[in-house]
Design a protein around this ligand. Sequence first.
Ligand code: KIV
Ligand code: ZN
Length: 404
Amino acid sequence: MDRVSGVSRTAQIAADPNRVIIFDTTMRDGEQAPGFSMSAQAKVKMAQVLRDLGVDVIEAGFAAASPGDEDCIRRVAGEVEGPIFCSLSRANEKDIDASFRALQPAPRANRRCHVFLATSPIHRAAKLKMSTNEVLSTAVRSVEYAASLFDDVEFSAEDAFRTEPEFLADVLEAAADAGARTLNVPDTVGYATPEEVRERYRYLAARIHRRHPQVIFSAHCHDDLGMAVANSLAAVEGGARQIEGAINGIGERAGNASIEEVVMALKVRQDRYGVTTGADSRHLVRASKILCEITETVIARNKSVVGINAFAHEAGIHQHGMLADSRTYEIMSPQDVGFEGSWFVLGKHSGRHAIAKRAETIGRPIEGERLAAVVAGFKQRADQIGEINDAELIAIIDRVDGVS
Ligand code: KIV
Ligand code: ZN
């Protein structure tokens, strides 16, 4: 039954039962979304930062999509060393051959073929025009073919969460019988809730792990209802040992689970999830910035983990708390994700403590009545212009001191 001959890098990583594999699809699912197309050079640059970040698998593209994408994958796999490289394929020999050609430059143990086939009733009827039996046999045939070329095969049941649970289990089990070592259960349209996700993984694991104890379940959640990260974490609670996502959460429509959020949630809430990743989170901000540069996009100021407001504090009460102990308003350190430090923004919400602290930092200490007068002048000016930078603060202090 076991058709896999070599020991893949995935199998080595998965030897640790508490390890969650981070699978990055910024350059495949991410790139598929409007506005995120990448050149080969851009993909190489992105792959380099993803390697520094320590993601385990890089899905570098969809080789059969175009000769250009096949070439991009080949360049990435040839120029970047370390991670497992993956190419997406529909469930047919032509696509799998394209992935095989594109991934040649990577060592065999680091090549993964990702075969997908939709399983839900709506996809079977409207898109594939296949019966359940045809879906099942197509999945088996394509995975067998992929396993004849690769030591590492992932099978995805597209639209898994709108698929009948028993049929889904039948297809996934048949794919494992045929040689798939990772079984992905995508929430392709971002429809599931965390409770449903947790339950579905428990059901699938209870059934399929009986015959295939080593098989790795993977989560691939889309964000149509804003639940992609919550659903990915629920999948881990249900037994998933691989999470797929993209930097800045890019991907089809509303995007995929954001890698930076998943990595930090597993790290900060290690107490709850009890798993580790191979990620060095200090590269998250750099990865986010490089993607923004490459795709000429900006992320929201308040984007979790990597937005410029993620460690910024303006409210007086918050700044006061932060000055006493940063744990009052920060659950992770800015350095842990790659920022230099927290950022105090002085504005109309700032209070006496923060104004005094900033004045001291810039070499103009103030206290007592002078401080009260500076705070009054500060509030007036902040109402007019919003943010008070150092030059403005000095001007206010000078006015109070009668210098100007
Ligand atoms: O969302 C999805 O179902 C996919 C598959 C190809 C894994 O992206
Ligand atoms: Zn997807």
